[in-house]
Design a protein around this ligand. Structure first.
Ligand code: ANZ
Ligand code: ZN
Length: 784
């Protein structure tokens, strides 16, 4: 048997990609599918550079699983799109002097080209882009639903502000330089050394400031307990669960009241160590100003006040200090310098008494639970985002109207003020379109660029017709990605964000795949939004991703790929040189899917040789004398190993097993059955070559990707058998598989080995001595 032609990856890959899209084998019928399996990879933020090898690694990892599931009787739906709104794209547009819209068109073309070329089994009939009005119309719908449910509100608050990106950030977007993988910069863009407690912007690494601004929030704190408790019910990488737990930061303690000396006023503290009340020697109250300027230092001011320690009646001083957070607990802390490090530093600095009494339980105060999680600041004073579909009208406020006239829905919360009257843009008139403007550069004055455009914000109040005003902040990009997975199966529905029937059939997502860096950002927000929609009865599940796998990281020359380091591996070059199959196989072979792996050119060349070796197997004639039982054992052992490994995302070891199989077939000869199995086992990894082998060489029915995954049969897998290497003069020449009970019996092994055809060639009547390593090697030493 000979392949009809030499393998050309360039020709073959394009040929099959065309055929796949023509025959729509990756587009399941979403209404009639019998075994729906929603296989999803986090969609990318498009950047100027396009996808790098690290992205391809993640996409391939997800796609291997999707292809595997498809061959295992599932109707796999694997959509893709672009998380295209946001600061990242906008900053790039600013840099090159294009509008974000023009820029989006260019990156969209480039991204979709790359995503085609990698050969993933995406359903290209359901892609979406978050900046598409058909998509963000529903992001606005979501905002309004949250508002109506009392879960979106405006509030003046101490917020995080990035002086470089000139916008408010959510708490989740503020991190240590290490978490952000950025060198810290000051507001002017100068590098600064990393110090403890330094917090920077997730996007640009600039040190974040605190500002008092009135902005929109989503009330995620209402869901803190559910977000925490449900973690026990979902199958996620452990490190992501831990990150969410820590971020939610539930802590149980006590609220204790201290009476202010000489007044009726009391100050209440939150403490997790009520047993140290006997050693409390001062009380600290938070101060927004000190906190925003010196939150990482211990700066304080004495207030002239004293409070009475309720346990022992002692008079202790009240301080204002920078290390106490206004938004946490009660904003007041009892200072216990003997047992708390921060209090100790503060007490030493300001000469406050330190009392070393042994902690002792007491009954003062009431049990209280505090959370680290705070509400999600969702408004951005930027341009390239989803317009927040809210309006406010003075006249309605003066008339004392409630929301859109319905006084009975009392949606006002004590903490939502400044706006006289808030209503939403009527849903039938959505979307509120983002206008095309040239001056979209942020000014940093606390208002977004749209605030300079009266033609955008001046509207007639939908309630009373008077002159009213639109919100000019846009929504955080993370609002777009908090629900996008609901939209994919329903992209062709235009009267609702997600079709109820189709949603019921396809969601929640069966397997989600993505980066661990989104642990407390996207993954937390998506869970929260799904819970809101569940509570509003739009969904019948409250966890969007019951199964989530956090993939690892591809590095180059020891560092994370980044343009500034100049170590970005552009997949285009490799695809051109070696083909997508080689790149995919190499990426999956580099190491465990959840580890950190180094990309190397020699590694990819090795994989190129391996695939050539695979191809050559199909040019080789069968070995008629090959022991068919031995071959069957090898086939079924390989099927079992590869199947189990793919199920657990252990792709690198699955590929090792395939390599071993190929070596075996090369050495011993193969059979048509073996070659069919081999093509199927490599199909998830090297889909193009596998298709070519299956259809053109083996003459099977198109397509291998919808063929049935080979099943292993336990009767061929003799686990109680062991391989003994046969050597001649210390060189490996063959091997035998023997019953594990016999592996130590020298004579029996020798007799068995002598039946081996390959060995006979070498012995060929010569005299020999036998060196036997029980259970491992039998060496025939022949002399010259
Ligand atoms: C006295 C004490 C003694 C405390 C001791 C700790 C150790 P978590 O676990 O994070 O909830 N605290 C309370 N509110 C605070 C605020 N707004 N800003 C800064 N610190 C605050 O920590 C709760 C503990 O952090 C509380 O318990 C309080 O200090 C402090 F040996 O009270 B503790
Ligand atoms: Zn009005």
């Amino acid at each position: 048997m000979k392949p009809k032609k030499a393998y050309s990856q360039a020709v073959t890959e394009i040929k099959w990609q065309k055929e796949w899209s023509k025959t729509k084998i990756y587009s399941p019928n979403l209404t009639t599918s019998k075994n729906p399996f929603y296989n999803l990879m986090m969609f990318p933020y498009p950047s100027a550079e396009g996808l790098h090898a690290g992205n391809m690694f993640a996409f391939t990892g997800s796609d291997v699983y999707g292809r595997f599931k498809r061959m295992n009787n599932n109707d796999v739906f694997e959509p893709i799109g672009l998380d295209g709104f946001g600061i990242h794209s906008e900053n790039y547009a600013l840099k090159v002097g294009r509008t974000p819209q023009e820029n989006a068109k260019i990156t969209e073309t480039n991204y979709y080209r790359q995503l085609h070329e990698i050969g993933s089994s995406f359903d290209w009939n359901h892609n979406l882009e978050t900046y598409d009005p058909d998509f963000y119309k529903w992001t606005q719908w979501l905002f309004i639903e949250a508002f109506k449910a009392g879960l979106a509100y405006r509030k003046k608050a101490q917020v995080n502000f990035c002086p470089k990106d000139k916008t408010v950030l959510s708490d989740e977007q503020v991190m240590t330089p290490k978490q952000a993988e950025k060198e810290p910069l000051d507001a002017k863009g100068n590098p600064v050394p990393v110090t403890e407690g330094l917090m920077v912007c997730e996007r640009c690494g600039t040190i974040v400031e605190k500002r008092e601004l009135e902005v929109w929030f989503f009330r995620i704190t209402d869901y803190a307990d559910r977000l925490l408790n449900n973690l026990d019910k979902i199958n996620w990488s452990e490190r992501v669960k831990v990150a969410q737990k820590t971020w939610i930061g539930k802590s149980v303690g006590k609220l204790i009241e201290f009476k202010v000396d000489g007044s009726d006023e009391t100050l209440e503290v939150f403490t997790t160590r009520p047993d140290t009340l006997n050693a409390a020697t001062f009380l600290v109250i938070a101060d927004a100003d000190l906190y925003s300027k010196h939150s990482k230092e211990k700066v304080g001011e004495f207030t002239d006040k004293y409070v009475i320690n309720p346990l022992n009646g002692k008079k202790i001083p009240v301080w204002k200090a920078s290390y106490v957070a206004p938004g946490y607990g009660t904003g007041n802390v009892m200072g216990v310098p003997a047992y708390d490090k921060r209090d100790a530093e503060f007490a030493k600095k300001y000469d406050i008494e330190i009392v070393k009494l042994k902690p002792k339980d007491n009954s003062i105060g009431k049990i209280h639970t505090s959370y680290h999680l705070r509400d999600w600041g969702i408004g951005r004073q930027r341009y390239w985002g989803c317009p927040i579909p809210m309006i406010h009208c003075k006249r309605c406020a003066e008339k004392g109207l409630g929301y859109l006239g319905s006084k009975d829905i009392n949606l006002l919360h004590a903490d939502q003020t400044d706006w006289d009257w808030q209503g939403w843009w009527p849903e039938e008139n959505l979307p509120v379109k983002l206008p095309v403007i040239k001056d979209y550069k942020p000014e940093g004055n606390g208002r977004g660029p749209l605030a300079n455009h009266p033609e955008f914000y001046e509207v007639k109040c939908p309630e009373c017709g008077a002159e009213a005003k639109r919100e000019t902040d846009v929504a955080d990009t993370f609002l777009d990605s908090s629900w996008y997975f609901l939209r994919y199966p329903s992209t062709d529905i235009d009267n609702f964000p997600f079709d109820p029937k189709i949603t019921k059939k396809w969601l929640p997502v069966n397997q989600y795949f993505g980066g661990a860096e989104h642990s407390v950002l996207h993954l937390m927000y998506a869970r929260f939004v799904t819970m809101i929609l569940y509570d509003l009865k739009f969904l019948n599940f409250e966890e969007p991703f019951p199964n989530f796998f956090a993939h690892g990281l591809v590095i180059k020359d020891g560092a994370k790929m980044s343009k500034s380091r100049g170590n970005v591996v552009n997949p285009d070059e490799y695809i051109k040189k070696f083909g997508a199959d080689v790149l995919r196989m190499y990426l999956m072979f580099m190491g465990p899917m959840d580890s950190t792996m180094n990309f190397s050119d020699t590694g990819i060349e090795g994989m190129h040789r391996f695939l050539k070796r695979v191809w050559s197997l199909y040019e080789q004639d069968d070995n008629k004398e090959l022991d068919q039982n031995l071959l069957l054992t090898k086939i079924h052992q390989t099927i079992q190993k590869v199947t189990k490994d793919i199920e657990m995302f252990h792709y690198n070891t699955a590929i090792s097993a395939i390599m071993e199989f190929v070596n075996f077939l090369k050495e011993n000869g193969s059979s048509k059955a073996a070659r069919e199995v081999l093509a199927q086992l490599i199909a998830p990894f090297a889909p193009h070559m596998a298709e070519e082998l299956w259809v053109e060489i083996l003459g099977n029915k198109y397509s291998i990707h919808t063929s049935k995954w080979p099943q292993f049969n336990a009767k061929y897998i003799k686990v109680d058998q062991i391989t003994i290497i046969i050597q001649v003069n210390g060189k490996m020449r063959s091997h035998i598989i023997v019953d594990s009970k016999k592996v130590i019996e020298k004579e029996k092994i020798e007799t068995l080995a002598l039946k081996d055809k390959k060995l006979q060639k070498y012995i060929n009547g010569k005299k020999y001595k036998v060196i036997f390593v029980p259970g491992k090697v039998i060496n025939f030493v022949t002399g010259k």
